[in-house]
Design a protein around this ligand. Structure first.
Ligand code: FES
Length: 211
């Protein structure tokens, strides 16, 4: 059995059909894996490698480069407190200090119950609601220490289920309609593209040898 659940595997295969090159789906598939497991486990990275035709090391190399991808476990809720200029001027630094004291972890840490990972983040484009906080890439603000604690209590109690999705879920609306191309057509097109590419390469090499 694969690392992706059957439902996620189906979504992964659907995602692959959206890209002319399988490897272009690498990052979307990493987000999908995070939606399932919270972080990129080795078996998930191996399955992504198999699906995209790259090596597991390339998946790891990509995942470890981007801040939004996690190769180590993170909490159910990734809480980012912005301390960039607009938020800093509105008390972002103090809010981060409060968050650290309130959650009992320094920025970068995860609470013992594995519910929250606290991060200090750069501008999250929510400056008009400074100081801003993002939770699993959904935005809140302006927050005070009190409203931060209230937010945490509500997240813990499940009051925001449905508003704040599982970690890794970036899209707001799942695509259920639109252009649908049968998988065999996509595969046939890819085969044709590979054939044309090989032909161009052979022609270029022949031209080089002729010079
Ligand atoms: S500076 Fe904090 S959201 Fe832009």
């Amino acid at each position: 059995m694969g690392a992706f659940s059957p439902e996620m595997r189906e979504r992964a295969e659907n995602l692959l059909t959206l890209y002319p090159q399988r490897r272009s789906a690498l990052i979307p598939l990493c987000h999908l894996a995070q939606e399932q497991a919270g972080h990129l486990t080795s078996p998930l990275m191996e399955e992504i490698a198999e699906l995209t035709g790259v090596t597991p090391a390339e998946v790891y190399g990509t995942a470890s480069f981007y801040d939004m991808l996690h190769t180590e476990p993170v909490g159910k809720f990734l809480v980012g407190v912005c301390t960039n200029v607009a938020c800093l001027l509105q008390g972002g630094g103090e809010l981060l200090e409060h968050a650290e004291a309130s959650l009992g972890v320094a920025a970068g840490g995860t609470t013992e119950d594995e519910m929250f990972t606290l991060e200090e983040v750069e501008c999250v484009a929510h400056c008009d609601k400074a100081p801003a906080v993002q939770v699993n890439y959904r935005f809140f603000g302006p927050l005070t220490g009190e409203s931060f604690d209230d937010l945490i209590a509500k997240l813990r109690a499940g009051d925001y289920d449905g508003v704040v999705p599982p970690h890794g879920t970036l899209i707001r609306v799942m695509r259920e309609n639109g252009i649908e191309v049968p998988l065999d057509e996509v595969l046939a097109e890819r085969k044709e593209m590979d054939r044309a590419k090989a032909e161009r390469k052979a022609a270029a090499e022949a031209a080089k040898e002729g010079n």
